[in-house]
Design a protein around this ligand. Structure first.
Ligand code: GUN
Length: 292
């Protein structure tokens, strides 16, 4: 039986440490970290993620400035809010939940966020800094994955990590982080995507597989090397009439098929998800410390 990586528990350990940092920022410096959380529209998955982010802010004593904007919000209107938040000294981080409605240019919005408040690590300046190993805000899911591996004592040094998915939010940044000359990285990295002819050929050779492609249970047992480590980033809703809400969440990996064949695996939910939120809090606190 492979070890199930308890992302919720590891996230809680980190959050306990972060709470102490927030308390001392408030007590010793009179600084309450502030995060603006902007949701445009009512996508159910985004609503659920944003709810989790706001709840965690509250638990840690971080001030969450909430924006729930209607889907018809104009690009200009959103840019005006971001500009105000860029100037607001009580705000250390600005989070615009993605995806945005199609009439809003996502690139334009991400570029408008002051890189010093870009706690999502999505601004090209911060992505560039990450790529060349400079200090910056690392994107939360990639950084959460690195932290998960660290807490589980799974070294990536010299290992073959195969990433399935090339998104700007997960695949590309996690590939870059794992390539860094750093003892929590130093991996040999392969990135597969929708135009890779035989994904299994690559994943079968990997010591660690990071699945971040958004296709329910794409990774099956025949695509995995025995004893590999599986990090499943996928959160897919699949119809399930036996559930009260009408769906269940599954990852990009067929958990039941591979769980006894691998050395470690993250569950969905309760694996990578809680780490993403935790690293957002980490970045917000890191930003607030710049006020000292
Ligand atoms: N949508 C999916 N993941 C994320 C994330 O990490 N940050 C933001 N802002 N939007 C997302």
């Amino acid at each position: 039986m492979g070890q199930i990586i308890d992302g919720k528990k590891i996230a809680q350990t980190i959050k306990d440490e972060l709470k102490i940092e927030v308390d001392s920022l408030i007590k010793d410096h009179g600084i309450t970290p502030g995060l603006a959380v902007i949701l445009v529209g009512a996508d159910p998955a985004s609503e659920s993620y944003v709810k989790g982010k706001r709840r965690t802010c509250k638990a840690l004593g971080i001030y969450a400035k909430d924006y729930n904007l209607v889907a018809e919000t104009s690009e200009e209107g959103l840019l005006t809010i971001i500009e105000e938040l860029n100037q607001d000294d009580s705000i250390d981080g600005i989070l615009v939940q993605l995806p945005l409605p199609s009439h809003i240019n996502e690139e334009k919005i991400l570029l408008a966020i002051d890189p010093k408040k870009d706690v999502d690590g999505f601004h090209p300046e911060n992505i560039g800094r990450m790529m060349i190993g400079m200090d910056t805000f690392y994107s939360c899911t990639p950084y959460g994955i690195i932290k998960l591996l660290e807490y589980c004592d799974i070294s990536t040094e010299g290992k073959h990590v195969c990433i399935v998915g090339r998104s700007n939010i997960v695949g590309k940044p996690v590939a870059n982080l794992l390539l860094q000359k750093h003892n929590l990285a130093n991996a040999t990295v392969t990135v597969c995507h929708s135009r890779t002819p035989d994904i299994g050929y690559h994943t079968r050779q990997a010591d660690i597989i990071i699945a971040a492609v958004g296709i329910p249970e794409l990774i099956t047992k025949d695509m995995v090397k025995e004893g590999a480590v599986i990090i499943d980033v996928g959160v897919n809703r699949v119809e399930d009439a036996t559930k009260k809400r009408g769906y269940r969440l599954v990852g990009d990996v067929n958990f039941e098929e591979v769980k006894d064949y691998v050395s470690h695996i993250t569950p969905v939910p309760g694996g990578v998800g809680p780490m993403t939120i935790t690293m957002l809090m980490f970045n917000t606190i890191k930003s607030a410390k710049n006020r000292i």
